[in-house]
Design a protein around this ligand. Sequence first.
Ligand code: COS
Length: 378
Amino acid sequence: MNFSLTEEQLTMQKMARDYAENKIEPVAAECDEKNEVPMELLQDMILQGFSTMTIPQEYGGSGVDMITACLVIEELARACAGITTGAAANSLASYPILIAGSHEQKEQYLTPLSEGKFAAFCLTEPGAGSDAGSVATVARREGDEYVINGSKCFITNGGFADVYTVFASVDRSKGLKGLTAIVVEKGAAGLSAGKKENKMGIRASNTSEVFFEDVRVPVSNRLGEEGEGFKIAMTTLDISRPMVGAMALGVARAAYERALKYAKEREQFGRPIAQFQAIQFKLADMAMEIDAARLLIHRAAYMVSQKAARFSLESAMSKCFAGDVAMRVTVEALQVMGGYGYSKEYPMEKYMRDAKIMQIYEGTNEIQRIVIAQNLLR
Ligand code: COS
């Protein structure tokens, strides 16, 4: 077992840190306040390759391993989890194509993702959240076309994506065995975006409803076979969850680093508060949990890159633990800063708001615990 990073990983990590500090951090507070996506910056992040890191080079990606991708995402999210969510959503939407797409589909849909196009992963519906198998959107086959009807909600980049990877049922009587993955492209008649969510955190990301009203797409847009959609969606989430863990880790680290700096500078009772054991214990717990989360994330990421037969357990553990750590660390780090932590003048309260989604999206942490338990009891 080797815990050191490779030269390439160190270079990518530094490049991402510099980019995050110079480009993302300066606009993070304003985008959060205005509930606004910095579209030019997001597009630049895509052009820099931050959304296509694990896509093979032949389809326009960088083809790096998942640990490297997680290192990069951690750095970006340390500057702003909202902006990073927009970039990571492109990766999420690309996985169904990578998993089940033909060579032609990969060329057609993945290559534009490295050229600045936006993508959205459309699984969740008003009536299908944790119970992803109960998707009600239907794709009715008519000759060489599917006619899609239904609605999706909480879709990142849903308001402006160029490519949507959509999960719809070709036969609702078959339950989750009717689910099918289909690509829908911007401009398709009947495709529209609905309300944009006004969220508590990650406000610099676009979260929208997406509607399909008699949207016609050729059968050649289908990824894999009819009925394979649920497994494609689950495999996608297994791959993407370590990356959500890495985002949570970035938020936790940002909060911890600020708390550490503040504790060394802030004086009360004639000495820096870092000299009080109550503060030291908080800092020690934060550092320990952040390290533990990173180890779980890198193990899961390693398994993704090794193309292990199944890594649902490790993937769920990494996302769940890191999400919980982000929440605990941001609460404690805010406490170290006291009133200053609670003030909107400092980013601490934003970190805490941003951390909360890490326990919710890409599968709630309750669902992660179900996945973990199912694997233990199998
Ligand atoms: N990889 C491959 N196949 C999987 C899988 C995975 N990770 N998880 C389940 N499957 C397969 C099972 O093997 C089973 O196949 P067979 O019938 O051929 O044996 C099938 O899918 C059904 O599995 P299961 O019975 O476990 O499905 P459930 O309906 O009980 O759902 C959970 C399982 C709850 C884990 C799933 O619905 C889930 O992850 N929900 C959360 C969804 C989510 O994360 N939403 C967030 C929005 S997306 S950003």
